[in-house]
Design a binder for this molecule. Sequence first.
Ligand SMILES: *Cc1c(COP(=O)(O)O)cnc(C)c1O
Length: 379
Amino acid sequence: MKIATKFIHAGAEPDPSTGAIMTPIYQTSTYVQEAPGKNKGYEYARSQNPTRKALEDAYAVIENAKYGLAFGSGVAATDAVMKLLNPGDEVIAANDMYGGSYRLFTKVWERYGIKFTYIDTTDTENVQTAVTPNTKLIWLETPTNPLMNISDIAAIAVIAKAANALLCVDNTFASPYLQNPLDQGADIIMHSATKYLGGHSDVIQGALMMNDAELREKLYFIQKSCGAVPGPMDCFLVLRGIKTLHVRMKQHCENGEKIAHWLRKHPKVGKVYWPGFEDNAGYAVAKKQMRGFGGMISFVLKDDTVETATKVLSSTHLFSLAESLGGVESLINHPASMTHASIPREERIKNGLVDGLIRLSVGIEDADDLIEDLSQAIG
Ligand SMILES: *Cc1c(COP(=O)(O)O)cnc(C)c1O
């Protein structure tokens, strides 16, 4: 089945009690049983909920996975993956990744005896070198937030397998429309469904997808035991979002391409980060593992000062200054003080995330209007 058909029909079965075409929002905490233990497979809503079940089925379909699990947020999904580990286990993670993941790893999980090694995963050899007998998990983000670095999922999956470690890919930036990491050999996919999957900036949610039944059981046990489950209304919103993911992504990609090229030609703009430039170091790998390049773009001004960046950040009208990404409306963000403020400055700068970096989440408005808005803001 092709993507457009898959995304619209994913997890959607007419409601058995009424035939409702849209999955009802089962706003209930518990289910009545006929006799103790005699029930319809639903006992208590932390463990099971029909709206969540429909969404989890959809999560599996959109990532070509066997199983999907929904969590209260992207970081809750990441947290669940960390709970697979034991004290003394080691994790290899990208040195350029979402600030919230970095904060969760360094401020929470290090305290529980998990050791993290941060490396540049764009060079596959670095990953091989970092592997130790204690490596149990490789945490990958590609393209990365916000520098759009590309790592080779298939090549790193081979290293993970040989090391007997799990490979988990944060696929938030690409979305399943552009990239399917399980097909490339990853063991787990993590999504902040808050972003492209929801797509309308109205819900916080996370997802995990996997093929291995035993792994699914372990993660389901963590999901119900630790309880970071999303409510049924939020599940409904993401289910609805997924139905238009392909049309939204098509437009995000088209607008992203136009704006990335326009920025690159602008006399006041310095480096532009977008995975679709043919002269990018990661272009060949991106071309191999992605079906398009998306609407996330970062750039620095030639006059790279916080003051000049701040002027641009506060002068746009269509691009709203806000954290988050992946919604239908365009957003502009200052990673150093907003999304990535939890990463120490020296660490940030070392990895290329300079103080003046500006990140755009290009929405699906008319690209010419967006360019006009950026044009007046950059001056
Ligand atoms: C937003 C984001 C997360 C965290 O997800 P939440 O839904 O905000 O908890 C993780 N990874 C990436 C790449 C993100 O952009």
